[in-house]
Write a protein that binds this ligand. Structure first.
Ligand code: RB5
Length: 150
């Protein structure tokens, strides 16, 4: 799968860990940075290019990390076509894709460890949107908000 990943300084160490594992698992990775640890960098500078890439289909899924994952999620969801969520439990990593067609997984580098994070990433990437009518109906209502039509 084509997977994009982005972080600020708050998730830098976790991103490096996840990046290594994604490559080992055979995924095609686009690294949107940060490429080096700078304690005053800003998550929008890395998360926005990732979100644009997911929304345009240049990558299939995105992983966005910051210290808590909150800023990354708030930021990514400003880009139309992005469905990003802060996920720290296995159930939501799966159902967020199956029901809500989540396309960016956000995590906190300061709040979860690498093993839990990797389980979330694997679960997120393995899951598939169900396409059920009721979920499409709900997502269509959400999509209308992006154009200011609802
Ligand atoms: C940066 O210190 C921190 O605020 C950021 O990584 C993130 O946690 C924001 O939500």
């Amino acid at each position: 799968m084509r997977v994009g990943i982005a972080t600020d300084h708050g998730g830098f160490a976790l991103k490096q860990e996840i990046l290594t594992r994604l490559k080992k698992a055979g995924h095609q990775i686009t690294d949107f940075g940060a490429k080096e640890l700078k304690s005053d960098d800003d998550y929008p500078d890395f998360v926005v290019p990732l979100a644009r890439s997911v929304a345009s289909g240049t990558v299939d899924r995105g992983i966005a990390i910051c210290g808590s994952g909150v800023g990354a999620a708030v930021c990514a969801n400003k880009i139309p076509g992005t469905r990003a969520c802060l996920i720290h439990d296995h159930f939501s990593a799966r159902q967020g894709v199956e029901d809500d067609d989540m396309n960016i997984l956000c995590m906190g580098g300061r709040t979860i460890g690498p093993e839990v994070a990797w389980d979330l990433v694997e679960t997120f990437l393995e899951s598939v949107f169900s396409g059920a009518d009721r979920h499409r109906r709900r997502l269509n209502k959400v999509a209308l908000l992006e154009g200011g039509k609802a």
